[in-house]
Design a protein around this ligand. Sequence first.
Ligand SMILES: [Mg+2]
Length: 228
Amino acid sequence: MKLLLENWRKFINEEYEPITTLRIFDFDETIAHTRSEIRVKAPNGSEATLGSQKEFEDYMKDAAAKEGIEAFDAVLELQELGYQIDFSDFSIVKEPEEITIVTDILKSFSEDSKTYIMTARRGNSIGPIIDYLEDIGIDSTQVRVMATQGKSKGDVIATMIKQKIMDDGKSNIHRIEYYEDSQKNIDDVFDKVCNNELLREIKPEDFELVVIKVIKNDSGYKLDSFGC
Ligand SMILES: [Mg+2]
């Protein structure tokens, strides 16, 4: 009986939760600033230490162009060509500084939304990210941490919209709030969600993507939002 009630409670809480909003937060430089570096050794012996997402993206873009690679994330193909890329700082949360302008929003959960942290890090970072959330006073059971491991976040979010289709043929998701610092990821998500022919049919009439860009400036951080 107890089990039955528990299952029933789970059922009404999870299955019949009227989820209409997805809140999706990037981790690095969105929720926290960390002192992570990526160290790269190219097949020609040259070495580079990349201290920011921007430096990393620029290096990858140049290397991919040089090697004639067109993938969204060139990491795997560069590794196959002999590039040694050391991501070990990203398997931990190294010397984090909380970005409170974002975490204040993260902490205010609402009944009709689900909250995700979507990081381009590898899967081995999920545990340390969950520990960090607990450290800054976030109930990690209310958050699902996903590691996209270099896959396009736009593709992952488009799949999330398609996940549950209601009786009217439309997705249950009416609103997505996406918090991110990387312009590359923002452009990708905007393109795959706003300009996606395949989603047109299933997006509810009032569907809204709100991109909230996290921008670092001299006095700290500010948020800039736009959407479709
Ligand atoms: Mg980031």
